[in-house]
Write a protein that binds this ligand. Structure first.
Ligand SMILES: [Zn+2]
Length: 418
């Protein structure tokens, strides 16, 4: 009989890298059978409704890309029940506005320019260009988000972006001066089609501005709850450069951002001298050994101990008579609660501001999602902040809860009570 560990090693060895296409990945971290992170369930869902799938993190010895093994049909992940709307977070909205205004100034965009956003969601970023009379087009596979975008006056197509679509767009609308692709690169299963599509649609001197969660942050802050089936790849500057350079594009500038627990924003073009920041970050990565097998293996060991520490903390507080609830019914929270096996007997509800989620259940652990306003009517004693990347915003919004004696539990990078 084969052990799960040996089976994982075998599956990794048989897998092909999503970026460089070389076979033979190495196993890093087995997160077990987990549900789809964004797939909220109706309140009356029968037991076993949610499919549980293996979630296994692996590493490519050729291009250093960290990636999960399992792929699910992309249509399954971004369909009509995809619940995430950008405009529900004020911090995200102001980040989008700053990003747009920076691009308008740096690229001297005007009414003759054309800006395309991949994974444009509800159009909240593109709206900042549109209000300056810049021609925009959003591409997103999620129908409700595309509808919301069109309703706010930002044209959008309900499509997955690939080379075939890029050719059609270029024929119909001309080349893009700027392509924005934020928080989508990690989700792309057809990396060839996506990157070739960007190369095809971009004008000769155009740039793509791409943001993605940074591998260094995932490892340094033990952000294991950002690993889920929708996030196929976890990039360093080195591994993303390897991806682009094979396809006629290069990284010409890089910035570190605080958003989403720590991201990189890269500026990508066909040519142009890379800024000193690119060489510096590549050097920093090399010095610290980011993306080596040793660095990802250390991370895996830290995840195992964090999970243990958090579940012990919650049980201890519950045993002391405290009622515990969670804040934020987002993907991360689903992964975190499933990873520690905390059901409604331990965490009684998950409060959220998004009305699309109310009355539903987090998959796997089956914790009910309630409107954030209900928190004031019947407050628990402890509030576990699941979207810890927005913890400042949440603690500000819910300061009454804290003033009345409630406590926040921040789970990551190591569990603490404030
Ligand atoms: Zn590779």
């Amino acid at each position: 009989m084969n052990s799960p560990r040996r089976e994982f090693a075998r599956r990794a060895a048989e897998a092909t890298c999503r970026s460089c296409r070389n076979p033979g990945l190495r196993p890093v971290l087995d997160l077990g059978e987990t549900p789809r992170s964004d797939g909220l369930l109706p309140a009356d869902a029968e037991p076993g409704t949610e499919a549980l799938r293996p979630l296994e993190l692996s590493w490519c010895p050729d291009c250093t890309l960290v990636q999960i093994l399992e792929s699910r049909p992309r249509e399954e992940l971004f369909g009509a029940d995809y619940p995430y709307f950008s405009s529900f977070s004020r911090d995200l909205m102001s980040h989008a506005r700053d990003n747009a205004h920076r691009l308008i100034a740096e690229r001297r965009l005007d009414d003759s320019s054309f800006v395309v956003e991949l994974a444009s969601n509800d159009g909240s970023l593109l709206a900042n260009f549109a209000e300056r009379n810049i021609r925009v087009l959003g591409i997103d596979p999620a129908p409700r988000q595309v509808q919301a975008s069109i309703e706010r006056g930002v044209p959008a197509l309900e499509e997955f972006f690939d080379l075939a679509l890029a050719r059609k767009l270029r024929d119909r609308h001309g080349a893009a001066d700027v392509i924005v692709a934020n928080n989508v690169l990690a989700h792309v299963s057809d990396l060839d089609g996506f990157v070739d599509g960007i190369a095809c649609l971009l004008s000769d001197d155009g740039i793509a501005s791409i943001e993605f969660p940074y591998l260094a942050e995932l490892l340094d802050h033990v952000e294991f709850d950002t690993i889920y089936h929708e996030h196929l790849c976890y990039y360093s500057l080195e591994s993303v450069s390897n991806l682009l350079e094979g396809r006629g594009l290069r990284v010409i500038d890089v910035h570190r951002l605080a958003i989403h627990g720590g991201s990189l924003r890269i500026t990508v073009g066909r040519e142009g001298r890379p800024s000193p920041a690119v060489a510096k970050l590549r050097k920093d990565e090399s010095i610290r050994g980011l993306g080596t097998l040793a660095s990802v293996s250390d991370f895996a060991a830290q995840v195992r101990s964090l999970r243990q520490e958090l579940i012990e903390l919650l049980h201890a507080r519950k045993a002391a008579g405290r009622r515990i609830a969670a804040y934020g019914a987002a993907a991360k929270g689903t992964m975190l609660l499933n990873a520690i096996g905390a059901g409604p007997d331990l965490v009684e509800a998950a409060y959220d501001r998004n009305p699309h989620k109310h009355g539903r259940l987090l998959p796997g652990v089956r914790i009910p999602v309630l409107p954030a306003e209900r928190l004031r009517q019947d407050p628990p004693d402890d509030l576990l902040i699941l979207p810890w990347n927005f913890k400042e915003e949440i603690m500000r919004q819910e300061s009454d809860f804290h003033d009345a004696g409630g406590r926040f539990i921040i789970p990551i990078p190591s569990p603490r009570v404030v």
